[in-house]
Design a protein around this ligand. Sequence first.
Ligand code: FAD
Length: 469
Amino acid sequence: MDYSSFNLERCRLLAGSEEACSKSNGVAYFMNRDQRVQDNWAFIYSQELALKHNLPLYVLAGLNINHPESPEATRRTVEFSLGGLQEVAKECSQLGIEFYFLKDHHVPINNRILKFMQETSVHCIVTDFSPLHPQRNQIKELSDKIGNDSCLFQVDAHSVVPTWVASDKEELQAVQMREKIMKRFDEFFTEFPVIKSHPIKAAQASPVIDWDQIRSSVSVDESVQSCEWAQPGSRYGLQRLQKFVTEGLEIYSEKRNNPTADALSNLSPWLHTGQVSAQRAVIAVKKCEDLFSESVAKFVDEAIVWSEMSDNYCLYNKNYDNLNGAPKWAIDSLNQHRGDKREYLYSREQFEKAQTHDDLWNAAQIQLKLEGKMHGFMRLYWAKMILEWSSSADKAISTALYLNDHYSLDGADSNGFTGVMYSIAGVHDPYDAKWGERPIYGKIRYMSYDSITERFDISDYIKKFKVPN
Ligand code: FAD
């Protein structure tokens, strides 16, 4: 293997040993979190392993909707994911790589993988990495079931510095995380080798995929539909990256908090699904370092440090989706204010329908529902107000996570769990005495309607996302 271009610390062996490759009919990359061909360290590792052992290369992918009631089971999310995978399948066929779609989504994904292994005698599996419980449990179960004559490798293809390399514990503040990431950054921030045409062909071609049949057979919430502005796939995501570099980056550091300015990359749907790699985005942005140094630094901080700190939080804090995952000072303070009188109390349905008394909050919620993405700065306000208008912090966390994951194209992501816990429960946002302590929030940082409307002329935003009569 050409290890010179691949830092082996990116990869860990979860089951078996590489010897299994000698008796395997191929290497299969189970593409889970990172749906792209190029710029994908898990794909690169898979191809190098296949070349080393003179084996054909397969890609396995499938929808993993074990619970149709889970918030992210919507037409919007499924179409985005399938669109991305369809592009991957096409690229694979052009490169002589067999793409298997693991259909029968009512069957647990591991059963579908094991069935593929049995039918093809492919014993060597590589997968990517997610710190979230469902994916981790699934991979743990797969590694337990895979059998002694097989092997399972995992590659962190999402972060620049692999999550388990950056730190072996929960990092409580960005300053420490930044230091740890930057210490190893240059080692891992290397150009991606290109996935090339695979010279060893599989004995049997993969079955033809009927994408329309797959689309129509999935049972999801049809009321949450695709968004015109966000077309799925790496090709479209990379075009958006280019648009950001030429049109948005210049004003990113100055205007990224302004909900009425077009200063954000809007890349999160593609980054979340792995259709675009954060490392590729940073490579593109860094080419403008001489022109817009502040914006470049800020973008790198968000796309690498804050995002990789979210993976760190979800990997090392098992309560990343509930109040127990908050720091002790925050839990104590929120508990002290549990009984505080709430001037407004809304149910999840009222929040969902944007039926609060606050036109700015309602506009943010409507933006989320219509566009599948809320402006980043508004996300903070939106979540904090859910705390203020809910009967408890626990309830606020579950409401915010449900709405975020149900409507956002980038939902059910470590950034989302961490963002909600940051806003409502003080995660990564240590108490500063100058904020003071206030009802309901206790020592959690507060954000007011006036603090936004005084800073930005928000009237167009409110008009644009008005609750329909
Ligand atoms: P840009 O500012 O252009 O940033 C580029 C990329 O950097 C983002 O796509 C993201 O990958 C990363 N990034 C930016 N800000 C953050 C941050 N604060 N924390 C971690 N990574 C960041 N992000 C999601 O990807 N999915 C979510 O479901 C999600 N839910 C959130 C919920 C709340 C309540 C809050 C406060 C934040 C949430 N975020 C979430 C984080 C952040 O708001 C989004 O990543 C950002 O708004 C995405 O838009 P963008 O790509 O245009 O951002």
